[in-house]
Design a protein around this ligand. Structure first.
Ligand code: SF4
Length: 317
């Protein structure tokens, strides 16, 4: 269908989805227009759960590569598409297989827990995967004396270690988006909006976490703003989530926390933002780029992901 000679991408996508029995899973950090056409919008944990339990033939992932790879690992018989293969993740790339193997060797006898924001080869070296929604509970579900390696996010790792008091050695990776928030600019915003609550993702640095009113995963932040009685929030995570926050609480005000460099727009994830409606249309039409993973790797990387899913289910997460 065309409008004034232009393709009506939204209608075309809807038609293709139906014809091909496809679903679109979108992460909260996608732009609002993509979130609006998705069959399901969520954070990494919820998206993994959706990827594992659906009867579609094709999963189109509007997110970054490690998420689409996780979907493929959980649903190997399905065709998993990612509209732009350059949609990587600076945090996942901060942990290479070669260096991580050395790190594990240097710290023997520890359970290897890695954040879902890792490449598949790192997942294959792990005992359990976690997301920011379930990391604390997964670690608390282990015997208290169990020693842990946590990778790749140093900020989330420190946050969990402080919360649980567990013996953890932490890989020194970071997300370039969440480490970029300016403490000074956040404090200035708070001064200008004294009634506002500062809500922060645990991937942010300690000084930013210390001035927060609430710390939580992207979906926990969303839930918090729904249930809380404040009217204004300073939001220190990728601002894509504000689309859902406004949807859920239209009368409230959400102010994105500014990055250190006010000219760079780098509080937005440039990888997430590589996905566009047009790319989704082409990807669904051509059924490529497709995520392809060796079956042996799927087997190895699937075990720790399924362990995460089992523990999460047991804990009712
Ligand atoms: S926001 Fe950070 S952790 Fe999330 S995909 Fe982008 S670079 Fe990776």
């Amino acid at each position: 269908m065309t409008i004034d000679g232009h393709i009506d991408y939204i209608s075309e996508i809807k038609e293709l989805k139906e014809k091909k029995n496809a679903i679109i899973l979108a992460h909260y950090y996608q732009t609002g227009d993509i979130q609006d056409i998705a069959d399901f919008v969520g954070d990494s944990l919820a998206l993994s759960q959706k990827a594992a339990a659906n009867d579609a033939d094709i999963i189109l992932f509007a997110g970054v590569r490690f998420m689409a790879e996780t979907a493929k690992i959980l649903s190997p018989s399905k065709k998993v598409l990612l509209p732009d293969m350059n949609a990587g993740c600076s945090l996942a790339d901060s942990c290479s297989e070669k260096e991580f193997k050395k790190f594990i060797k240097k710290n023997p006898g520890r359970t290897v827990i890695t954040y879902v924001n890792t490449n598949t080869d790192i997942k294959a070296l792990s005992d359990i995967i976690c997301t920011s929604s379930n990391a604390v509970q997964i670690i608390e579900s282990l015997p208290p004396d169990e020693k842990i390696i946590f990778a790749p996010d140093r900020n989330l790792g420190n946050y969990i270690m402080n919360k649980t008091g567990r013996d953890m050695v932490i890989w020194k990776g970071a997300c370039h988006v969440h480490e970029e928030f300016s403490l000074e600019a956040i404090l200035q915003l708070k001064e200008d909006n004294p009634e506002a609550k500062i809500i922060v993702h645990p991937e942010c640095e300690l000084p930013v976490r210390m001035v927060s009113d609430f710390i939580g995963s992207t979906s926990a932040l969303l839930q918090f703003t729904k249930g809380d009685n404040s009217q204004t929030y300073i939001v220190a995570t990728e601002p894509g989530i504000i689309h859902q926050m406004k949807r859920e609480s239209p009368s409230k005000k959400f102010i994105p926390a500014p990055p250190r460099d006010s000219t760079c727009g780098c509080s937005e994830c440039n990888f997430m933002k590589l996905i566009s409606i047009e790319k989704i249309y082409r990807c669904l039409r051509d059924e490529k780029p497709e995520i392809v993973i060796d079956s042996g790797v799927i087997e190895k990387a699937g075990k720790p992901i399924r362990r995460m899913m089992e523990i999460s289910e047991k804990l009712g997460l």
